[in-house]
Design a protein around this ligand. Structure first.
Ligand SMILES: Nc1ncnc2c1ncn2[C@@H]1O[C@H](COP(=O)(O)OP(=O)(O)OP(=O)(O)O)[C@@H](O)[C@H]1O
Length: 228
C-alpha cells in the first residue's frame, strides 16, 4: 500500500524576499519554507535579524513600508491567531476582558469559559475586570485565549514570554503547547530564549542578517560566538 501523502502545508514561502519600499534594501530572504499542520517551530536569531518580518511574511500581512516578492501560498480562509509580546497589546484597554473576548471572536459565553479554563483562568473572576487590573502573566494567558477562540489552524507568537518572569514564562509556554496540541493548530514562536524551544519541543528556524536557515545549522553568528 502506498504511504499516505504528507499533509498539505498551511503556509509555503518560496523564493521570497521582503524589501524596504523606500530604500529597496532587502530585509528578509526566504529560499523555501513550509509550515505543516499541527507542528511547533521556534524562530531564533539576533535582534534586528528579521524574525518579526518572517512572522509577518507567514501571515501575509506586512508592515507598512515593505514589499514582498516571490510566492506565498496558503489555503483560502486560513485562520491565524496572533499572540503579541505583551498580552495587553491584543486587548482593548477599557472593555472588561470577558466581554471583549466574546465581542471580538463571536464565541459563546460557554466556549469562552472553556478556553479561559484551559489557560488556567476563571471566566467569572475576569468578567468585570479590565486589562489594567490583570498581571502580565494573566494578560498573556488572556491573549492566548483570544488567539485560540478563533479556532486557528496556525498560531503565531512574537516573543510571547520575553516580558515575563520565569514562572509566568513556563506557565505561558505550557498553555501554548497544551492548547495547540489539543486544537491541532500549528505554532510558530519567535524568541531569543533557547529555553522556549526546549519547553515547546519545537523545530528550529534561524534568521541571521535577514536570511532564513532551517534546522540546527551553524550560522556565522554561532561561529563568531564559538571563536570568541
Ligand atoms: N516597516 C518597516 N519598514 C522598513 N524596515 C523595517 C520595517 N520593520 C522592520 N524593518 C527592518 O527590518 C529588519 C528586521 O526587523 P525585525 O523587526 O523583523 O527584526 P527582529 O529579528 O524581529 O528583531 P527583534 O528581536 O529586535 O524584535 C530591521 O532592520 C528593521 O529595522
Amino acid at each position: 500500500m502506498p504511504a499516505p501523502a504528507p499533509p498539505r502545508p498551511l503556509v509555503s514561502l518560496t523564493g521570497v524576499t521582503v524589501a524596504s519600499r523606500r530604500t529597496r534594501e532587502t530585509l528578509l530572504t526566504v529560499p523555501a519554507l513550509e509550515i505543516a499542520p499541527a507542528t511547533r517551530t521556534v524562530v531564533m536569531g539576533p535582534s534586528g535579524a528579521g524574525k518579526s518580518m518572517l512572522l509577518s511574511a507567514l501571515t501575509g500581512r506586512l508592515p507598512a513600508g515593505v514589499v514582498l516578492d516571490g510566492t506565498r501560498t496558503a489555503p483560502a480562509g486560513l485562520r491565524i491567531g496572533f499572540v503579541p509580546q505583551r498580552g495587553a497589546e491584543a486587548l482593548h484597554p477599557l472593555l472588561p476582558v470577558g466581554r471583549q473576548l466574546r465581542a471580538v471572536t463571536g464565541a459563546t459565553a460557554a466556549r469562552t469559559r472553556q478556553v479561559l479554563a484551559a489557560v488556567g483562568l476563571d471566566a467569572s473572576a475576569l468578567a468585570g475586570r479590565r486589562p489594567a487590573e490583570l498581571s502580565g502573566g494573566q494578560l498573556q494567558r488572556v491573549a492566548i485565549s483570544l488567539a485560540f477562540l478563533g479556532s486557528p489552524a496556525l498560531v503565531i507568537a512574537d516573543e510571547p514570554t520575553s516580558a515575563l518572569d520565569n514562572a509566568s514564562r513556563d506557565e505561558t509556554l505550557s498553555v501554548l503547547r497544551g492548547l495547540s496540541q489539543a486544537a491541532g493548530s500549528a505554532l510558530v514562536v519567535a524568541t531569543h530564549d533557547p529555553l522556549v524551544r526546549a519547553k515547546l519541543a519545537a523545530d528550529l528556524i534561524r534568521v541571521e542578517s535577514g536570511r532564513v536557515h532551517l534546522g540546527d545549522v551553524e550560522t556565522a553568528d554561532d561561529a563568531r560566538a564559538t571563536a570568541a
